[in-house]
Design a protein around this ligand. Sequence first.
Ligand code: SAM
Ligand code: SF4
Length: 338
Amino acid sequence: MTSRHLPSHPEPALVDGLGRHIDYLRLSVTDRCDFRCIYCMADDMTFMPRQALLSADELYRTAALFVRAGIRKIRLTGGEPLIRPDIVTLCQRISALPGLHELVLTSNGSQLEQLASPLAAAGVSRINVSLDSLQPERFRQLTRHGRLERVLAGLDAARHAGFAGIKLNTVLMAGRNDDEIVPLVRYAITQGFDISFIEEMPLGEVGRARGENFMASADIRRQLERHFRLEDSDHRSGGPARYVRLSDHPGTRVGFISPHSQNFCGSCNRLRMTADGRLLLCLGHEQGLDMRALLREHPQDDQPLLHALHTALQSKPARHEFETDQVQLVRFMNVTGG
Ligand code: SAM
Ligand code: SF4
């Protein structure tokens, strides 16, 4: 029997100082990546020292602790989670936690051809795969190192691996890939995937002015309306995306993640943990809790960690305050865990 079939754990739910129920943890398992996407990383990144990163046992203990505290959905992310050699075993261990409803994962797809089936067998129920272009040369430019054919092969393997859902994530940038909105949606339709379009967020100095390429979700939607009949949907995936359905293609949902144009903080149910064990209360604030220090100071006793978690939650910020072209946080997205 997997964890999904066990009754919920009786520990009290996690509630923040504003009464928001927190049941979703995004856990970054590495800050490293084989790509250098232009909106996520600088060309010459300095990564965290290896000993700063949480070990597999520390990640597992963190997951277990949060599930005990009331977390019901965990997303493994990064950096690129699939470049961790122990990722499949880690997924097996976390997905078996009693009380966890769903283990999901976000990946750039570069290793998915080999790993899709083992991950599905390890209890990962759904995956999100980033895909910003269907043109090989442009894909290479946007990711600086990525090979489109490997990601497409990975997506093909994922389609056969038995996941309950596969979603593409596309960061749209005016003048860079906004001519691919319709081709990307058509690709999602033919494969039976969902797709979400994400507004670029100003995290980290990546060497270009972000405002230049900013594209609002409403403009994407307008473009789609010229080609498809859209119906609003009240579907929520537990994350910040708002969805529409395509009336003529019921197998595909199109999501919009709009941190700028449609603030989603009022219903925020999420916490993030960086790969070095910093619990971030909000994507747009530095405020957090050094869980790694607590994990290492109290190797046998979870009580101080649970106490610190409940206390920290009381100061979860009401909202992020991103502007489109200003870098407000030095933290990069690969550190934050997207
Ligand atoms: N490497 C994996 C991937 O690319 O899917 C997981 C980590 S990545 C940081 C998670 C998501 O964050 C990706 O969908 C990526 O497109 C998105 N992302 C990265 N930097 C971003 C930014 N500055 N603004 C908006 N989305 C961003
Ligand atoms: Fe790597 Fe994902 Fe960031 Fe691209 S978005 S550089 S794939 S972590």
